[in-house]
Write a protein of this length. Structure first.
Length: 361
């Protein structure tokens, strides 16, 4: 495979994402409605383009909702717009994000994104939280007009995008332009090449014996834009597992690492998925995209582990060292990205057990 994708099926690489933007299929907008067929401001920034995905930015306002929702279809079969759903029965109040605003735990918000789409008929898309978002325990899902499911954009979709945000453990300070979610574009149908089981490491590699972190409830505010701006021990409790076992408490949030190293070839992308949804006692991932080059030695990532965001559910649940908790599904790229993950710098290449970029030890 080379770096010229042409019309090959698979996940689009960075160079094709740039072309989608240049051709107007992905655009930025400054109002709450799409403005197709004209110039868009603010322009999409080069730094938003990743090897196999595009970061999406928060717009200037948020809606505090009574509940999550999906727009779905009207009785005539036409897709219902998200804005048609935002009536007095659903929206509690509107929040201006211009100067920053706090999104509180236990609340559900909807934020129009700066980016909108006008996709060709042969392209679909899927969205996911960014790694840093998942590690903050901020639950996010992207919604499109007419959508009957979250995170999935149908081929040929033309319209705005919105993100549902529900902070679970930490309240967060959000501003326009903050990047909580990312989008990946696919030509053709999804074809899983292989899967890799991901299991939990409860022995650890560090001399201090730390195998994970449990979030401290009722901690301070986290600034989404604040890299290395928060003292980790103010927000996290270090964990050890001397007998290779860890009991997850219900509704507590944990950061753990995989036992296996993870390597994503230059011509493939991967997504984390549940290995056994019927277990039901914990959720073992939030942010699922792994870009080409993650963990590759030549991209500076030898020995990279998957970091798992784990939340206990209804009853205490005991994890054992090496227990399988998730899987990585690999899919072909339509072409090799011009720049692999980590070659231009990354907070998470060659990672072991690692908190989000917001925290410093």
């Amino acid at each position: 495979m080379n770096k010229e994708s042409g019309h090959n099926d698979g996940i689009l690489p960075a160079q094709d994402l740039a072309k989608l933007i240049a051709d107007g299929h992905v655009h930025a907008r400054s109002s709450s409605e799409p403005m197709l067929g004209r110039a868009f401001e603010p322009e999409i920034e080069a730094g938003q383009i990743q090897p196999a995905s595009l970061d999406l930015r928060l717009g200037t306002k948020a809606y505090r909702l009574r509940a999550s929702f999906l727009p779905g279809q009207k009785s005539n079969g036409q897709g219902r717009k998200v804005t048609d759903c935002l009536d007095q029965h659903l929206v509690m109040h509107e929040i201006d994000l211009t100067n920053g605003a706090v999104l509180e735990t236990g609340c559900v918000y909807l934020v129009p994104l700066m980016e909108g789409l006008q996709l060709p008929r042969d392209l679909s898309a899927r969205t996911n939280p960014k790694s840093s978002t998942g590690r903050l325990d901020v639950f996010t899902r992207v919604i499109a007009d007419g959508a009957s499911q979250f995170e999935t954009i149908e081929p040929g979709y033309a319209g705005p995008l919105y993100v549902e945000i529900a902070p679970r453990t930490f309240s967060v300070l959000a501003r326009p332009g903050d990047r909580l979610v990312q989008i990946r574009f696919r030509r053709g149908v999804e074809k899983i090449l292989k899967s890799q089981t991901v299991s939990i490491d409860l022995k650890g590699e560090s001399a201090d014996g730390i195998i994970g972190w449990r979030a401290r409830r009722h901690s301070g505010l986290v600034d989404i834009a604040g890299v290395d701006a928060h003292k980790a021990l103010d927000y996290w409790q270090p964990l050890s597992a001397p007998n290779g076992r860890l009991i997850l408490d219900p509704e507590e949030f944990y950061i753990l690492a995989s036992k296996e190293s993870v390597t994503i070839p230059e011509d493939q992308a991967a997504e984390m998925a549940p290995i056994a949804p019927e277990i039901g006692e914990f959720r073992a991932h939030y942010a699922g995209f792994f870009d080409p080059g993650f963990g590759l030695k030549q991209a500076g990532g030898a020995g990279s582990r998957a970091v798992l965001e784990v939340r206990g559910r209804d009853v205490p649940f005991m994890l054992r060292h090496g227990q399988a908790v998730a899987k990585l599904d690999f899919e072909a790229m339509s072409a090799i990205p011009e720049n692999l993950y980590g070659t231009n710098g990354s907070h998470y290449q060659a990672q072991g057990l690692r908190l989000s970029k917001h925290f410093k030890l």
